[in-house]
Design a protein around this ligand. Structure first.
Ligand code: UT7
Length: 313
């Protein structure tokens, strides 16, 4: 059976909020510039919560209504882990009280495409893991790699986490993942790197042009693989980087804007966390019903990009 069933979702964002007016006091920027260029109004910034803690809070919500003892795989997509080793996934295993269980745990590094990649890997692994569940998490403490004196980046990013639990099931699943090595577009050197600093840098316009090309490409790849029409899709959940990117895509695809869920105004860009955080929020709002087909699209550092189709159960 190649399908998956989404059993539950969870999400977490730190209570501490940094809005555009706070940023006006920190760098030469304005609420007007940030809203008109990105759509972002605020972002949640960790005050003590590390990457593992945020992942844990999202995971706790996701496992509330399922039998956690059936979890056989934990994958955490992140580019801001607390440790190179142990992985965030191993730390989650411990905190969830699953240390004496047979669980495969690892982190996945694909920047803002991390969740789409992780879901793809989980689905493949579930085929060989009878009756087990996979906990797939995206968690980012981006604030620790953001230079809050650099207006090119500090207005864009936020912290947060999202989680889903999936099992083998009848729900349709399809995936398309791609990458093209490119260090110049977006990078965050390792903290012990000999470079000047460990802050994230991004060639904004280059990534913008890349995004508006690869999002429609990824959606079309999924439609081609499944034989579905765009009309069959209930929602597209894009990585939440910039409302102008999403607007460009729905215009190019002549699609209804309402199909493209957006919460970047509240959280900013949370990299690998943005898609599961959006799914968790949509689920909590009761927006998703059985049979809904959802395309999740990620794009970002690597460069990486891709999409998955999930069917809500
Ligand atoms: O998660 C990974 C994926 N990342 C993305 O998808 C990001 C993609 N890129 C973008 O979203 C946009 O390129 C940005 C939001 C990063 C920038 O928007 P833009 O419309 O491409 O602006 P720009 O870089 O062309 O800058 C326009 C002007 C520049 O000034 P000059 O040279 O025209 O005088 C910048 O220096 O805006 C200036 N600027 C700012 N002004 C006020 C740049 N950042 C700011 C700022 N506040 N925060």
């Amino acid at each position: 059976m190649d399908g998956i069933k989404v059993l539950s979702t969870g999400y977490y964002a730190p209570e501490n909020i940094l809005d555009n007016f706070d940023l006006e006091k920190m760098v030469e920027t304005s609420d007007d510039w940030i809203v008109s260029r990105t759509g972002i109004k605020k972002r949640h910034i960790s005050k003590g919560e590390d990457c593992t803690e945020m992942a844990y809070q999202a995971a706790l919500q996701a496992i509330e209504k399922i039998d956690k003892n059936k979890i056989g795989i934990i994958i955490c997509a992140t580019m801001t882990p607390d440790y190179f080793t142990p992985s965030t996934a191993c730390l989650l295993q411990e905190r969830l009280g699953l240390n004496d269980h047979e669980v495969m745990c690892f982190d996945l590094s694909a920047a803002c495409s991390g969740f789409v990649y992780a879901l793809t890997v989980a689905q493949a692994l579930l085929k060989n893991t009878k009756d087990k569940y996979a906990l797939v998490v995206g968690s980012e403490e981006l604030s620790k790699i953001i230079d809050f004196t650099d207006r090119n980046t500090c207005v864009l990013f936020g912290d947060g986490a999202g989680a889903v639990v999936v099992s083998q099931g009848d729900g349709l699943f399809a995936s398309y993942c791609n990458s093209a090595g490119n260090i110049g577009a977006l990078k965050a050197p390792a903290i012990n790197n000999k470079e000047d600093n460990h802050y994230l840098t991004m060639a904004g316009q280059e990534v913008f042009k890349f995004a508006v090309k690869v999002i429609p490409e990824s959606i079309n790849a999924i439609l081609e693989k499944t034989g579905l029409e765009f009309d069959d899709i209930a929602y597209v959940v894009c990585h939440q980087a910039n409302y102008r990117i999403i607007k460009n895509v729905y215009k190019k695809m002549k699609a209804e804007p309402e199909k493209f869920y957006m919460n970047l105004q509240e959280y900013g860009n949370t990299s690998a966390a943005s898609i599961p955080l959006a799914l968790g929020e949509m689920n909590a709002k009761g927006m998703l019903k059985s049979g809904d087909k959802i395309i999740c699209v990620g794009f970002g550092g690597g460069l990486t990009w891709g999409a998955t189709l999930i069917e809500w159960s």
